[in-house]
Design a protein around this ligand. Structure first.
Ligand code: C2O
Ligand code: CU
Length: 570
């Protein structure tokens, strides 16, 4: 059916080329560079874009082209930028994943990212090499509806809230700790940031938080008119923290998740995990002679970080007037019941560019998430394999059949059925390699994400999993172990939400379904930066033989890639 419709539209386009508006091209020239900045009122190096932190907000309409000429001015390290949530249909080399879609851009060199933003929604971009996202390499990417189209809800104004967490310890020090023996954990963030602004350890009681001022760390207040509806676009690019967001005295209606409309539902607080984005609507129907707190706090781990704060500032009040009542507190950090309840409220909004999932899958892959050891190092492993990346990117090696570029043995499709997820792995040692899952083009794939105990007794952590190149339907969540043929009876096949990131709760499972319809090589990983760094991810690829136009710079690194390029020349 949809193929027929698509064919019909194509035929229409062919006969009426003049009626077609040409897409706008949004061109940017970006220089990426270390620079001193005070995100939380303490000066540290950050990775800035064109001298700014966070990087500039990209704003385009659905169907437009974004073109970023990126120059690496970090003197001693490579760089790439990933456009989180953009599927890169037809441009898999622009996905911005080092060693997967392209070579890291060397110091002094440039790379052109050119891609279509096909769906309206709230997205962001960030570094995807080493732990550069943690160093502050990120920014917002907002896609409005195409001309002549409208959103399925009304609003009078909007604000972007890009959420992140921040450490005073440098990313290099964090990285070294993660691979050291004994292991040194990065610990909880020093601060939470809203649009790159926070205040380290400030205390309202002691009057040490500042809400007006020109410092880099001064919060941007949200100035609003009474009796209007505002859209807050909230995205989380945290390295570690799961967050709860609340606006005092104002309920939020969730309307979008990861660039897909959802059936509106009302909440007091929004749970958001790293890699997710939401739009919520608020109505400014409270006493307009007051200001109201907006607070962001840590959940899912025992918090040791002060909440990030800003103000909802009604226009008749001075921005510096603080609310009389305290900011909304985050729910108890381990209130997983309420986190699960929130997740289960998210349903797709039918009829708005949404198709229900295929009723059947062709292949189901089960991925067990465990913490392991490897030669004394602490690792995360999927089916006992911890991911390491090759020196020549997968996309080019798959396209040109460079077999020696990575491990030819694919990783396991599942894990031992008697694996006990409630205790630390009895066999602690994992393997480290770079094999990948090759998917048949246009088949329907199910992934069962199975959580388990970490290496410490009675501990299981939240992991938000993010898929590149696709949106997936979230079919269901459950506690304990996924039981084939039993757990799947409770799947929502009618209106499951489409997303690009989904969480697995402690000791639980989550199942997602997607169609492998986008030729390319795609990362699928835990969006917690140190977890990915410790190997918590896999790589999927489909239809790469059809890819045309991979730029040379996306291929010529690593011995295999360089030798191949030389042979082409010779
Ligand atoms: Cu936002 Cu592979 O990540
Ligand atoms: Cu994780």
């Amino acid at each position: 059916m949809s193929v027929l419709v698509a064919g019909f539209i194509l035929a229409l386009l062919a006969v009426t080329p003049l009626a077609l508006a040409r897409p706008d091209v949004h061109r940017f020239k970006w220089e990426v560079e270390y620079q001193f900045w005070s995100p939380d009122c303490q000066e540290r190096p950050v990775i800035a874009i064109n001298g700014r932190f966070p990087g500039p907000t990209i704003r385009a309409k659905a169907g437009d082209i974004v073109h970023v000429d990126l120059t690496n001015k970090l003197n001693t390290e490579g760089v790439v930028i990933h456009w989180h949530g953009i599927r890169q249909m037809g441009t898999p080399w622009a996905d911005g994943t080092a060693a997967i879609s392209q070579c890291a851009i060397n110091p002094g060199e440039s790379f052109a990212y050119r891609f279509v933003v096909d769906k309206p929604g709230t997205y962001f971009y960030h570094g995807h090499y080493g732990m550069q996202r943690s160093a502050g390499l990120y920014g917002a990417l907002i896609v409005d509806v195409a001309n002549g189209k409208s959103e399925p809800f009304h609003y009078d104004g909007e604000f972007d809230l890009l959420l992140s967490d921040w450490w005073h310890k440098s990313v290099h020090e964090q990285e070294i700790g993660l691979s050291s023996i004994p292991f040194r954990w990065i610990n909880e963030p020093n601060s939470l940031l809203i649009n790159g602004r926070g205040q380290y350890g400030c205390s309202l009681a002691a009057g040490t938080c500042k809400f007006n001022g020109t410092e880099q760390c001064a919060p941007r207040v949200l100035r609003v008119f009474p009796n209007k509806t505002y859209r807050l676009r909230i995205a989380s690019t945290t390295a570690l923290a799961s967050l709860s967001v609340a606006v005092a005295n104002h309920k939020m209606t969730v309307v979008e998740a990861d660039g897909n409309y959802v059936q509106p539902f009302e909440v007091e607080n929004l749970y958001i995990y790293s890699g997710e984005s939401y739009s919520v609507l608020i109505t400014t129907d409270q006493d307009p002679t007051k200001n109201y707190w907006i607070s962001v706090g840590v959940v899912g781990r025992e918090p040791n970080t002060t909440q990030a704060l800003t103000l909802l500032n009604y226009v008749s009040v001075r921005a510096a007037v603080l609310p009389a009542s305290p900011p909304p507190a985050a729910p108890r950090w381990n209130d997983y019941t309420s986190m699960r309840a929130f997740a289960r409220k998210i349903h797709a909004l039918p009829h708005y560019s949404y198709a229900p999932p295929p009723a059947r899958f062709h292949r189901r892959i089960a991925l067990l998430n465990t913490q392991n050891k490897y030669n004394g190092q602490t690792k995360w492993a999927i089916n006992n394999v911890s991911l390491s990346l090759p020196t020549t990117p997968y996309l080019g090696s798959l396209r040109y059949n460079l077999r020696e570029a990575f491990d030819a043995t694919p990783p396991p499709e599942g894990f031992p059925f008697d694996y006990d997820i409630m205790v630390p792995a009895s066999k602690t040692e994992c393997t480290v390699n770079n094999g990948i899952y090759l998917l048949q083009l246009n088949t329907t794939i199910d992934v069962v994400l199975q959580n388990a105990n970490t290496l410490s007794a009675n501990t299981s952590e939240i992991h938000p999993w993010h898929l590149h190149g696709h949106d997936f339907w979230v079919l269901g969540y459950g506690d304990g172990k996924f039981v084939e043929g039993v757990s799947d009876r409770k799947f929502n096949l009618k209106n499951p939400p489409l997303r690009n990131t989904v969480v697995i709760f402690p000791y639980g499972w989550t199942v997602l379904r997607f169609v492998a319809d986008n030729p390319g090589a795609w990362a699928f990983h835990c969006h917690i930066e140190p977890h990915l760094h410790m190997g918590m991810g896999v790589v999927l690829a489909e239809g790469v033989e059809r890819v045309r136009g991979i730029p040379n710079e996306a291929l010529k690194c690593g011995l295999t890639g360089k030798m191949f390029m030389d042979s082409k020349r010779g």
